[in-house]
Design a protein around this ligand. Structure first.
Ligand code: SAM
Length: 213
C-alpha cells in the first residue's frame, strides 16, 4: 500500500478530519520504523520498533488524533512516545506537545527523528507517564498510547475543563479505547472501539512483572 491508498482506507474507515488526513499524508512514517520494514510503512497495521514496543496502527493514530478535535491552539500531553510518529502528527496539529516515554533509548531515537523533521513545539520527558506531568499541566488533551487497567487519577486532575482524554482501558490482552471529557469537574465517558496496545507500565499502570489478565 502507498500513502494515497492508506488515506483512502482511513477515509473509508470513518476518519473525516482533513487536517488529520493531511498530517498523515505529510509525515514520512518510514522514518519512524526500522529500515528492513520500510516497505510496510503505509500498511494499515502496527509494526515492531526497538525495545519490544510498537508503532501504532495508522487507523488508531488517526482516530485518537481526530477524537482530540484539535484546532491548533492546544497543549497536549502524550503518554508513550514510542517511535515518535504519533508525536509528529500531534506536533503539526496543536501548539505544544509534551511527550513522556519510560524507555530512554526510545525517547532518544524519537527525539532525533523529530528534530530532523524540524519539529520545534515538543517537550520531551523521560520517566513514568502514569503520573502525568504536573510541571506543564493543565492540558487541553491527554493521549495515552499504552493500555492501562484503570485511568490514573493524575490524568483526570491534569486535564483542563472541557479537556479530552483518549485512553485504552482494559486487560493486558483486550482493551476498549475510551474518550473522557471533563465538564464542571465531572467526566463523561464514551467507548470508541475495541483495541490492543502494549501495557502502560508504572506506578499507576501495570507492574512490569505482572503477566496476569
Ligand atoms: N504512539 C507511539 C508511536 O506512534 O510510535 C506508539 C507507542 S507504543 C504503542 C507505547 C509506548 O508507551 C511504548 O514506547 C512504551 O515504552 C511506552 N510506555 C509504557 N509505559 C509507560 C509509562 N509509564 N510512561 C511512559 N511511557 C510508557
Amino acid at each position: 500500500m502507498n500513502v494515497n491508498e492508506l488515506i483512502e482506507e482511513l477515509r473509508n474507515s470513518g476518519i473525516h478530519q482533513e487536517s488529520v488526513l493531511q498530517a498523515i499524508q505529510d509525515i514520512p512514517r518510514e522514518l519512524f520504523i526500522e529500515k528492513e520494514l520500510e516497505d510496510l510503512a503505509y500498511e494499515n497495521r502496527a509494526l515492531p520498533i526497538e525495545s519490544q514496543q510498537t508503532i501504532s496502527q495508522p487507523y488508531i493514530v488517526a482516530l485518537m488524533t481526530q477524537t482530540l478535535n484539535l484546532k491548533g491552539t492546544e497543549k497536549i500531553l502524550e503518554i508513550g512516545t514510542g517511535s515518535g510518529y504519533q508525536t509528529a502528527i500531534l506536533s503539526k496539529l496543536c501548539r505544544t506537545v509534551v511527550t513522556i516515554e519510560r524507555i530512554p533509548q526510545l525517547l532518544s531515537t524519537a527525539k532525533n527523528n523529530l528534530e530532523s523533521l524540524r519539529f520545534s513545539n515538543i517537550i520531551y520527558v523521560s520517566g513514568d507517564g502514569t503520573l502525568g506531568y504536573e510541571k506543564e499541566a493543565p492540558y487541553d488533551g491527554i493521549i495515552v498510547t499504552a493500555a492501562t487497567p484503570t485511568v490514573p487519577d493524575s490524568f483526570l486532575s491534569q486535564l483542563k475543563e472541557n479537556g479530552r482524554l483518549v485512553i485504552p482501558v482494559g486487560t493486558r490482552k483486550n482493551q476498549s479505547l475510551e474518550l473522557w471529557i471533563k465538564r464542571d469537574g465531572e467526566f463523561r465517558v464514551t467507548e470508541l472501539c475495541p483495541c490492543r496496545f502494549v501495557p502502560l507500565i508504572g506506578q499507576q499502570g501495570w507492574n512490569d512483572l505482572n503477566q496476569d489478565v
